[in-house]
Write a protein that binds this ligand. Structure first.
Ligand code: NFE
Length: 484
């Protein structure tokens, strides 16, 4: 007989996520991904000066603020019809890349690794699910040491970001048309000095630790594959252009549907809300992110998540490092074949792209020498009416901000974040979201110690974008939380 297992909240992730699993004969047969947090940032923006968007939207999250600053600012560039200067474009790329490296090291060592590595019996290493921690002592001890060293490496990455961002995690220097921070020789040297140390850590510690863990837990190359549809918006423009698709993005835009690669077209992106605690507002004009205005309804029948269900032309899409590396056909990931579609495939792709971005940042920072003394921002005028889309790649995947300006103020704003794609609930056609699909068929040996389930969830590096908790005015209990 099937039993129900609820893990709520799943710990060691960003934000608040619950999963509800039906287990039959030791295997998951149905799954629900439940975002238990209401964000509401889009509502805050309505009626404000449009330039507030990039500043305020960063506050969605302390882990990927630069992704949101970039999405927000790309949308403003689009609304204002301006192309950043080369200096501004490169500096933006360096801030975004530094934040990505910080986030990937955080994810692997401080969030996910303890699913495989046994730390000492003290917090934050304990409590933990027991029963399947199988690294030999030599690998395990080295990984615990690297866990600690990774804290210092994250600080370095934050410092690299702060050289151009003024501060981290949230920046004031990314503005429409470019940046307020200018290129100087000392800043370039400071950046490169730290980058060199970080690259050494990534190549000599991060990637080898992932490989060592993968060698011992090799069964996880065959577990947790999902919808096998992948989406990347592309990011890190190498050239200025009003059209996102013509910017020669370092990470390429594209889609893969069941192995078939195709071009990406932003017009195919929309969101369903049948199973989400939202209704369309009376002013809403459709499901696409430039039209949809929603309001929360925690009493909605059949709804089970504050996450909406983004779809691409009807397809459920996985986003993130694995999607990006498959779309850009990185041989290290492509040659994994079927193994790529797995829990370990996601960790491996993340580690590989972390190194890839540090290598690229060395070139970008070096190219800034030619930009010393050059302007970093393009002037603009705020239009009375405009519409813009800001597409980028945050650490966890494809991120889009859509901005509509009316009477010189923000009228419609929508952010579809990577976690919205990956953690989405069922869509209007009942199709399960990517995480939900990944669960189907996952063996869970002991429901009292569901280590397989949390390994799967964490392989996606979920972030349920931070914001306000929803409460009912009558103080009714919406959910009970059991911390395990
Ligand atoms: Ni809050 Fe984020 C990233 C974005 S994910 S961490 O990366 O955008 O949902």
């Amino acid at each position: 007989m099937a039993t129900t297992l609820v893990i709520d909240p799943v710990t060691r992730i960003e934000g608040h996520l619950g999963v509800e699993l039906e287990i039959d004969n030791g295997v998951v047969i149905d799954a629900k991904s439940i975002g238990t947090q209401f964000r509401g940032f889009e509502i805050i923006l309505q009626g404000r000066d449009p330039r507030d968007a990039a500043m305020l939207m960063q506050r969605i999250c302390g882990v990927c603020p630069i992704g949101h600053a970039t999405g927000g600012i790309n949308a403003l560039d689009d609304c204002f019809q301006i192309v950043p200067t080369d200096a501004g474009r490169i500096i933006r790329n360096l801030i975004l890349g530094s934040n990505l490296v910080q986030s990937h090291i955080l994810h692997f060592f401080h969030l996910a690794a303890l699913d495989y590595v046994k730390g000492p019996d003290i917090p934050p290493f304990a409590p933990r699910y027991e029963g399947d921690l199988r690294l030999p002592a030599s690998i395990n001890d080295e990984a615990v040491n690297t866990y600690l060293e990774a804290l210092n490496q994250r600080r370095l990455a934050h410092e690299m970001g702060a050289i151009w961002a003024g501060r981290m995690p949230h920046t004031q220097t990314i503005v429409a048309g470019g940046t307020t921070e200018i290129a100087t020789e000392p800043k370039i040297v400071d950046f490169l000095m730290r980058l060199e140390k970080l690259q050494k850590f990534i190549d000599e510690k991060y990637i080898p630790t992932v490989k060592a863990v993968a060698g011992v837990y090799s069964d996880y190359w065959a577990l947790g594959g999902g919808c096998k549809n992948y989406l990347s918006y592309g990011s890190y423009p190498q050239k200025g252009n009003l059209d996102h698709m013509k910017r020669e993005n370092f990470w390429k835009p594209g889609i893969i549907i069941q192995g078939q690669k195709d071009d990406f077209d932003v017009a195919n992106v929309y969101e369903n809300i049948k199973y989400s605690w939202y209704d369309y507002h009376k002013d809403s004009a459709g499901e696409t992110p430039d039209k949809a205005i929603i309001s929360a309804n925690v009493k909605k029948k059949d709804a089970y998540s504050f996450v909406k269900a983004p779809r691409y032309n009807g397809q459920v899409m996985e986003v993130g490092p694995l999607a990006r590396q498959l779309v850009m056909e990185n041989p290290a990931v492509v040659e994994l074949g079927d193994k790529a579609h797995s829990i370990l495939g996601r960790h491996f792709a993340r580690a590989v792209e972390c190194s890839q971005i540090t290598t690229a940042m060395k070139d970008w920072a070096t190219s800034l020498i030619a930009q010393i003394g050059q302007p970093t921002a393009t002037p603009y005028k705020i239009p009375d009416e405009a519409k813009g889309a800001g597409l980028t790649e945050a650490p966890r995947g494809a991120l889009g901000h859509w901005h509509v300006i009316k009477h010189g103020r923000t009228a419609v704003y929508n952010a579809i974040v990577p976690g919205t794609w990956n953690m989405s609930p069922r869509d209007d056609n009942g199709k399960l979201g990517p995480l939900e699909q990944s669960f189907i068929g996952l063996p869970i040996k002991d429901p009292a110690q569901p280590i397989e389930a949390v390994r799967l969830v964490r392989s996606y590096d979920p972030c349920l974008a931070c914001a306000i908790h929803a409460v009912t005015p009558d103080k009714k209990t919406l959910a009970k939380f059991v911390v395990s």
